[in-house]
Design a protein around this ligand. Sequence first.
Ligand SMILES: [Zn+2]
Length: 266
Amino acid sequence: MARDSLDLGDIKIRILDDGIFITDAGNVFGEGTKAKIRGAMHAVLVETDDALVLIDAGFGPELPEALEGRYEIRRESTLIDGLEDAGHSVTDVTHVILSHLDPDHIGWALNPPDFPNATIYVQNAALEEAREMSEKDGRRLAVPAVERGVDEGWCELLDGDSEIMPGVRVEVRNGHSEGHQIVWIGSGNNLALFTADLAPAKIWLNPDLIAGVDTDPEAARKNRIEVLTEAEKRGASVILYHEPKDFLVKIQSSDEKGFEGVSIGD
Ligand SMILES: [Zn+2]
């Protein structure tokens, strides 16, 4: 079994597993691609002395109705099982950071009381973009829950880069969506990076591979190069949300592919 935790000095990271989704590649690469692809959902749990932070939140208890027929979920256990195996309960979670509002990233977070004591952090720009999407788009489905969270005080909208707490910093890197945020965890030589859907799996470390679902492909490419360059320079351990097995890597620049992920998973 792949390694699923990291120690960063005072901060401990555990990588959770919300199963696998299977979908037509056309839903990811754009029209005209017939193959099926699989993606994992590796949410991240950050344990500090006085906080328990969840980064992204899988598909949730079940697939949203609007996505039935387009996505299939397979799992033996859920993100919540993983949280409990790590010795925590849903009431222990204090902060939830959502990289963006696609349904495969928010499922367990926006139906309180899933995490009754947590504040959920969403970028304002991500909410604005979701409001403009068509009714059929998965992102749009999140809007009522986020608005309710803001009204009720459990959801906080961010405007740009922000330090959620010492050692947990979000940085806006658009491309896959507006207001798409990545998360830097730790400091100095003890650093990890959650790239979310800016670079969600090993193949996506190549800046020239652009997803049909990226809202702004040019921004995605530019941000991927900048962020992965910094990750390599700082020696950060990178967590790849949708990579099924080899989800914990170090970044190495490569002449052929731009960047490669070198496994630190064993
Ligand atoms: Zn995704």
